[in-house]
Design a protein around this ligand. Structure first.
Ligand code: R2B
Ligand code: URA
Length: 294
């Protein structure tokens, strides 16, 4: 059987403090957040995190560390005396309030901290379709390798379909904040999310490949004609979980190559470093605007 989670539970946007969507778990119990080395009883999560309004997810711990350092400056954030940027889970969560820069799911943390009106961002890299490398894509809709706008998850012997909707308002606002004088484009488009970097993304340079260059190009042209601007590997899950939690979210990725032209990422390391800052600067501009920082 196939069911959408909307059929099962309906979609409820979050207003007020973030509520868990779980009828089998009592809030009276302790909750050890093992992966981020925090717990409901062992820490005063409300005191530590209640003012979090923005959560940014990114791929590599190093990138998130430099993003955290960049955000401290971008927000004119004064670190409290004796405190430094804090890596509370060995590269997975960097803390600099009111932004929590993270590489994993922290809905429960935000729930225990009674956070409200939180926006989630994924910042990443991707392969572009027919675009100059270095272009920034704000995802309009995340789709799977069959262009379906949901993430399928086998649950209790059923295939559940979790819609992967993102906030169109946040996406549009991010687009409006893009620098018109920048030497790269920032656009909105659909993002295809795959389970695999090679065959999943029609590459010819994997260990396995059972199709021809013509097959690859026909597939990429077909998805491009259906509005796909870039391909990566996290947006579907990210969008689906945020939507299901009732949290508004956005995905901003830079393209590292044009997949119409090739498969190998052969841009210099320093260039990639610079390109990866493009989504960061855009999200920083959004957060600054919402915090009223000129
Ligand atoms: C983009 O880059 C990674 C693969 O190299 C993957 O995490 C993604 O989505
Ligand atoms: N990340 C991907 O998933 N694919 C690419 O082509 C580049 C980065």
């Amino acid at each position: 059987p196939i069911k959408t989670v909307e059929e099962l539970a309906g979609y409820i946007p979050q207003t007020g403090p973030l509520q868990m969507r779980n009828q089998s778990f009592s809030d009276i119990e302790d909750d050890v957040l093992y992966h981020i080395a925090l717990g409901k009883k062992s820490h005063d999560l409300k005191d530590m995190f209640h003012d979090v309004k923005f959560v940014c997810f990114g791929g590599s711990p190093n990138r998130m560390r430099s993003f955290a350092e960049y955000m401290v400056k971008a927000l004119n954030y004064k670190m409290p005396a004796g405190q430094d940027l804090c890596d509370i889970a060995h590269g997975m969560v960097w803390v600099c309030r009111p932004c929590l820069l993270s590489s994993m799911r922290i809905f429960k943390l935000l729930h225990h901290a009674e956070c409200s009106d939180v926006t989630f961002f994924r910042l990443g890299t991707s392969g572009g379709l027919g675009l100059k490398p270095g272009t920034v894509i704000i995802t309009e809709e995340a789709v799977d390798g069959l262009l379906r706008p949901y993430m399928e998850v086998a649950t209790l012997g059923m295939m559940l379909q979790h819609p992967s909707r993102l906030s169109h308002e946040v996406a549009q606002e991010l687009l409006n904040l893009a620098d018109p004088n920048a030497d790269f484009d920032t656009i909105i488009g659909k993002t295809m999310c795959t389970l695999d970097f090679y065959e999943g993304q029609a590459r010819l340079d994997g260990f396995f490949c059972d199709y021809s260059k013509e097959d690859k190009m026909a597939f990429l042209r077909r998805v491009h004609n259906r509005g796909i601007k870039n391909i990566e590997m996290e947006s579907l899950c990210f969008a689906a979980y945020c939507y299901r939690a009732g949290i508004k979210s956005a995905v901003v990725c830079v393209t590292l190559l044009d997949r119409m032209e090739g498969d190998q990422i052969n841009v210099a390391h320093e260039v990639i470093e610079e390109w990866q800052q493009r989504p960061q600067r855009l999200v920083a501009a959004y957060i600054r605007k919402h915090l009223g920082i000129e």
